[in-house]
Design a protein around this ligand. Structure first.
Ligand SMILES: Cc1ncc(C[n+]2csc(CCOP(=O)(O)OP(=O)(O)O)c2C)c(N)n1
Length: 558
């Protein structure tokens, strides 16, 4: 059948099951937008390309399906860079399509030309510049395959304008044959047996779980392993929800702002079972004293992860779901009374806690109230800063794919557009962006997207009038020299919401928190809630950057 490149692109999207794309038009993608005009695919027009790529990312995180976004050439394409880097660091499957100037104009500094394949090479799993329209069906199939298999990640397809306008005989292909790209799904049996023996023989084991467990859909296998072998579980930020946060075996999050009991458990363990986690410096703290007594099992689909940051005793390359289910068959129940008594002692002595005051609203209290009102059933997106860590600490995630947060890159401005994508992917769920007043202003223009599409995302701003996390670091490590963190001249967020036709409320007193949140969260439309929280609250516990994991500030003892 004769088709243009643009028609072929959309036809392939339909065959790949793409239901929604997030994007922003411009000259180089007009042929694609012309086809989208009557295609059976929903297009969500964001107000910035960064919004589009973060929305595709949020959609992917909650649905498990790849997110798709489109941007024009030049500035449209470069506006995707942060979102692609963000998805790359967190292993999120995205297929991004950018327009490019016509092939005869490439390399001539043409209007709106940018070498986006060059720019994104280090921040995409793979990228393509399509030079011949006949390659397009194969490239699209490869892009989806690469984005979603092995360790997931973003793939970019750069499509010159003449290629998307060119006609050719369209033949769909699903076949992918990539030399040198063959992810290993099954772990080596010998290593799995060795790992099972180590677990059975361990007296103080800890499961250290990352986002890989969520992306591979291994949470049930993880639950089976932890409960059968009787092993406590701590997760990274990306791993929140992989194991029920309310379960007695849960230690919560570990690392810089992890729970004291998770950090103590890791530092005292004799066997660390890392699954789909990458020993990020926010987790390990000072590497040469990290988990000093522990033998390390590392399960990961990406062989490049193994041994990257820590020496591993039992490496297992494979899909977490496969490997964990083989492990479950081979482990047995071990009592480990002494170990659990020790952990219970740490939990009793060092619970997560914060200071309550009558005259000011504690930000942690707001998160607790959101948790209680939503009964833990909401999808929570966050921006980056203190509010992100409080959301991670005080909202108990019981299910995977319910926490949408920028882990690796730490991108302020991520949460709101990601929440939009999450809400589009999960219209049945309440989606809340827990935001900081600084971060929210980084992609505040997406209020236009939620307003015009009536996407019922809720934004709760923990408004402390400053860049709180930076304030905390300046307080603790720069002698309270508060350099350029003041946001006291913030605009009135309720009025801004109103200007977009969105309902908003400001909360200034503690007793208003519960009723106003209840009322606003129940509305079937987007809302903005500006909670004036105390300025001086810190995220505790805290392991100073590069410090040992068991040397935490804020345990109520200094
Ligand atoms: C794009 C970007 N720029 C700068 C930073 C550095 N940074 C990390 S946290 C933070 C402060 C965040 O302030 P706010 O959003 O108000 O949240 P709070 O910490 O007050 O909860 C900054 C500036 C970042 N993470 N991302």
């Amino acid at each position: 059948m004769k088709m243009t490149g643009a028609q072929a692109l959309i036809e392939c999207f339909i065959r790949k099951g793409v239901e929604v794309v997030f994007g922003y038009p411009g000259g180089a993608v007009l042929p694609i937008y012309d086809v989208l005009y009557d295609a059976p695919i929903r297009h969500v027009l964001t107000r910035h390309e960064q919004g589009a790529v973060h929305a595709a990312d949020g959609y992917a995180r909650v649905t498990g399906k790849p997110g798709v976004c489109i941007a024009t050439s030049g500035p449209g394409a470069t506006n995707l860079v942060t979102g692609l880097a963000n998805a790359y660091m967190d292993s999120i499957p995205i297929v991004a399509v950018t327009g490019q100037v016509a092939t005869n104009l490439i390399g001539r500094d043409s209007f709106q030309e940018a070498d986006i394949t060059g720019i994104t090479t280090p921040i995409t799993k793979h990228n393509y510049l399509v030079k011949d329209v006949r390659d397009l069906p194969r490239i699209i199939s490869e892009a989806f395959y690469i984005a979603t298999t092995g360790r997931p990640g973003p793939v970019l397809i750069d499509l010159p304008r003449d290629v998307s306008s060119a006609e050719f005989d369209f033949v769909y292909t699903d076949k992918v044959d990539l030399v040198g790209y063959k992810p290993t799904y099954k772990g080596h049996v010998k290593q799995i047996e060795e790992a099972a023996a180590a677990i059975n023989g361990s007296r103080r084991p800890v499961l250290y779980v990352g986002g890989g467990v969520i992306s591979s859909g291994a949470h049930r296998e993880l639950f089976a392993l932890a409960t059968k072998a009787n092993v406590p579980v701590t997760t990274t930020l990306m791993g929140l929800g992989a194991f029920p946060g309310n379960h007695p075996l849960s230690l919560g999050m570990l690392g810089m702002h992890g729970t004291a009991y998770a950090n103590y458990a890791v530092m005292n363990s004799d066997l660390l079972i890392a699954v789909g986690a990458r020993f990020d410096d926010r987790v390990t703290g000072k590497l040469d004293v990290f988990a000093p007594q522990a033998k390390v099992i590392h399960i990961d689909i990406d062989p490049a992860e193994i041994g990257k940051n820590v020496d591993v005793d039992i490496p297992i390359v494979g899909d977490a779901r496969n490997v964990l289910s083989s492990l479950v068959e081979r482990v047995q129940h071990v009592e480990r009374t002494e170990w659990f008594e020790k952990i219970a002692g740490w939990k009793r002595d060092y619970p997560l806690a914060y200071e309550e005051r009558d005259d000011e609203i504690a930000p942690q209290y707001v998160v607790e109230q959101i948790y209680e009102i939503t009964k833990g059933q909401a999808i929570i997106a966050t921006e980056v800063g203190q509010h992100q860590m409080w959301a991670a600490q005080y909202y108990r995630f019981d299910e995977p794919r319910c926490f949408v947060s920028s882990g690796g890159l730490g991108t302020m401005g991520y949460g709101f557009p990601a929440a939009i994508g999450a809400q589009v992917g999960r219209p049945d769920r309440t989606v809340i962006d827990i935001a900081g007043d600084g971060s929210f202003q980084m992609n505040i223009q997406e209020l236009g997207t939620v307003a015009s599409n009536r996407i019922p995302v809720k934004v709760v701003i923990l408004n402390n009038g400053c860049l709180g996390m930076v304030r905390q670091w300046q307080q603790l490590f720069y002698k309270e020299r508060y350099s350029y963190i003041d946001l006291r001249d913030n605009p009135d967020f309720v009025q801004i919401a109103a200007a977009y036709g969105i309902k908003g409320r400001r909360i200034t007193k503690r007793e208003e928190v519960r009723p106003v949140l209840e009322e606003m969260l129940a509305l079937p439309e987007p809302v903005v809630i500006d909670v004036q929280v105390c300025r001086g609250a810190n995220v505790y516990p805290m392991v100073p950057a590069g410090g040992a994991l068991d040397k935490m500030l804020g345990l109520g003892r200094e």
